[in-house]
Structure formats: structure tokens, C-alpha cells
Write a protein that binds this ligand. Structure first.
Ligand SMILES: [Zn+2]
Length: 263
């Protein structure tokens, strides 16, 4: 049974990844995500349904448009695979539960945010503001999201402290960085993104997220610079690292982190 559901969650994940790709392409351009159907940006021909199957179509078409052979960004494949794997991992950790559903929505929006940040150097307000509100609301409606056996008001408080801490933390770093280095060290988008993470995961996970995002960020930046993919002076967006840190925090649930339980 578990195997059937595992396969199903992976398929659900790659379909959601396909939807995420539409959002990543259209949201920064201010276009509707519901209409029209997908089309090739070069020859404007509509994508046929059988060329729109997650993962497989990209491989069958070898990453090119069927009509004009325009190269399709590997990002489409990467996002579908990543969403599929994370949905599968969520199922394996939380089974079929409200937590599974809530974290799935959360992770999907995080994936959309991070790839928009990678491609456009911006974090879309139209995701993070509703995200903060949704995190607060869901904590109140489903307190188990914040802690086993706590009441709606206590869960709302944990979530609200997460928003304050998440927002305040990066704002302070950005402010101090601005004073010391006389340039913007932390974008306003990152502040809002960490506030959203705090709303969903609570204030304790904000520490965990910042810890892991700086660690992963330092390592990946070093690799990118030493492989000469990025120059030392290039701007490397911080949003994707925050997202990585937040995803690690979700899977850390139920374990201790420097003396306190992430629950
Ligand atoms: Zn084309």
C-alpha cells in the first residue's frame, strides 16, 4: 500500500512541479497563470497535451520545442523532479495527513519563490504576503502544525513570533550590514520570505532555517565561485538558500536542535 501511495505522491509532485513552472515563468511578468495554455515563447505554437507530460516530455523532446527546435530551459525538468522528490519525502515523513497537505502547499510556494529569485533576482510579494497570512491562519485552525497538543491561541502565538523573529532577524542583519559595508546586504524580499517561513514553521524553526541557509549558502557560493560559474563580485540571491534551510527545518520536525525540540 505504501508503495502505491509513494508512487502516487511522486506523480502528484511532478504535476505540481509542472504547475510551478508556469508560475515561475508568468508571475514575474504579471501574466495570468490560468489562461492561456502553455506555448513556446519563440514560435508561439501551443504545447500539445502529449508534449506537456511532466519529466517525460522534456526527455522525449530532448529539451527542444517540437516545432521550431528552440531550446527549453532545463529548469522545467529540474523543478518537476525536485517537486516530485520532495512530495514523496513529505509523504514518507507525514503520511496522508493535514500536515502533508499544508507542507506540500508551503514547499510548492517556496520552490516557486526560489526559482523566480534565481531568474529575476526578486521575491514576489504576491506569494509571500498571502503566505504569511495563510501560515498564521492555518496555525490557528490546525494547532498541531506548531506543536503537539497545543491550543489554537498558543499555536497562533508561536506562528506570530515566527513572523516577528523571521522578519526582524534579517531586517537587523540588513540594517547592520548597510551601516558597516555601506551597501545593501540583505534584500527586503528575503526579510518577507523568512517572515513567511516563521508563520508556517514557528519561531524555533527560524533559528534552524537561518543556521542551515548560511551554512549551505556559504558552501554553494564557494563551489559556484571556484567553478567560475559566478564571480566573487556577482550578486548571488539568498532566497533559494533560505528555502533550502526551511525545507531542512520541515524534515527536522521531531528532532532536537541545540537543546530545543523542533515540534
Ligand atoms: Zn517553438
Amino acid at each position: 500500500m505504501t508503495i502505491t501511495f509513494s508512487v502516487f505522491s511522486f506523480i502528484l509532485g511532478i504535476c505540481l512541479g509542472s504547475f510551478a513552472n508556469v508560475c515561475i515563468y508568468r508571475l514575474p511578468k504579471g501574466k495570468s497563470i490560468a489562461w492561456p495554455g502553455s506555448f513556446c515563447p519563440r514560435c508561439k505554437k501551443g504545447i500539445l497535451w502529449y508534449d506537456n507530460i511532466p519529466l517525460f516530455s522534456f526527455l522525449l523532446l530532448r529539451g527542444k520545442c517540437r516545432f521550431c527546435r528552440e531550446k527549453i530551459s532545463p529548469r522545467y525538468f529540474i523543478v518537476e523532479l525536485l517537486t516530485g522528490v520532495l512530495t514523496l519525502l513529505l509523504f514518507l515523513k507525514f503520511n496522508i495527513s493535514l500536515e502533508f497537505l499544508i507542507y506540500l502547499i508551503f514547499i510548492l510556494s517556496l520552490i516557486i519563490v526560489s526559482f523566480i529569485d534565481i531568474e529575476n533576482f526578486l521575491i514576489p510579494d504576491c506569494i509571500v504576503y498571502p503566505g504569511i497570512a495563510l501560515g498564521l491562519l492555518l496555525s490557528f485552525l490546525y494547532p498541531e502544525l506548531q506543536s503537539q497538543g497545543c491550543g489554537p491561541l498558543a499555536a497562533l502565538k508561536t506562528s506570530f513570533l515566527g513572523v516577528l523573529l523571521g522578519g526582524g532577524f534579517l531586517f537587523l542583519i540588513g540594517y547592520l550590514g548597510g551601516l558597516i559595508f555601506k551597501k545593501e546586504a540583505m534584500g527586503g524580499g528575503d526579510v518577507k520570505l523568512l517572515a513567511m517561513v516563521g508563520a508556517f514553521l514557528g519561531y524555533k524553526s527560524v533559528f534552524l532555517t537561518v543556521f542551515f541557509s548560511s551554512l549551505v549558502g556559504a558552501v554553494i557560493s564557494l563551489i559556484l565561485i571556484s567553478l567560475k560559474i559566478k564571480k566573487r563580485t556577482d550578486y548571488i540571491p539568498y532566497g533559494p538558500y533560505l528555502v533550502l534551510g526551511a525545507i531542512i527545518s520541515i524534515f527536522w520536525k521531531g528532532y532536537y536542535f541545540v537543546g530545543f525540540l523542533i515540534d
